[in-house]
Structures are given as C-alpha cells and as structure tokens.
Design a protein around this ligand. Structure first.
Ligand code: SF4
Ligand code: SF4
Length: 96
C-alpha cells in the first residue's frame, strides 16, 4: 500500500468520469451523483487519475495513519501474502 491516496475536491469535479472509467486500474474511484468519490482502501496511489483530470479536482494526499514499511524482504513477502489472504496456504505448502 502506498503512503498516498487520491482525493477529490468535489467543488472542482465536473463529473466527466475519466478518472473512474478510463484511468483507475483498480476500481478505486466511482461516480456518485456525478461527483468522483475515491475509496482510499482500494487506491494504490499511482496518480493516473490525477494527471488525467481536466479540472485538477484530484490530488494525492498523505495516507493517515501511514502504512508500515517492512524492515526486510522476508517481512515484505509475509505482508503481501497476508494482505492477499494467501499466507496460510503458503505456510502449509512450505512445510511439505
Ligand atoms: S476526471 Fe476529474 S472532473 Fe472528471 S470525474 Fe474525475 S475528478 Fe471529476
Ligand atoms: S491514484 Fe491510482 S489507484 Fe488511486 S484512485 Fe487514482 S488511478 Fe486509482
């Protein structure tokens, strides 16, 4: 998870849908009542929506609380497996 996520200034959004329909690779933006709404838990902080917004309604803001940074590559691997719900299967397979 990135330390940043997209945020919408709803006063500037014109509801064009470019961010939600063409740019976001993970479905983290949807239009509600013709205004873009970001789901921070899904956002990977790539910024593709920000650079495409014609009204500059989108920006990247710092995620609070910031995500924990793994100290080692092994810890990172465990974190990724846990987030994907695959840790238990990995541990079982590695014992065989
Ligand atoms: S690209 Fe910008 S203006 Fe268009 S819907 Fe998204 S936030 Fe609103
Ligand atoms: S920053 Fe990337 S992942 Fe987040 S809402 Fe924008 S396009 Fe989607």
């Amino acid at each position: 998870m990135s330390g940043f996520h997209a945020a919408v200034n709803s006063d500037s959004c014109n509801g064009c849908g470019v961010c939600a329909e063409e740019r976001c690779p993970v479905g983290a933006i949807a239009l509600q009542d013709d205004i873009a709404v970001v789901t921070p838990a899904k956002c990977i902080g790539c910024g593709l929506c920000v650079t495409a917004c014609p009204t500059e309604a989108l920006s990247l803001i710092r995620r609070e609380p910031p995500p924990e940074i793994p100290a080692t590559a092994q810890e990172m691997g465990m974190k990724v497996l846990t987030e994907k719900g695959k840790l238990e299967a990995f541990m079982l397979a590695s014992k065989r």
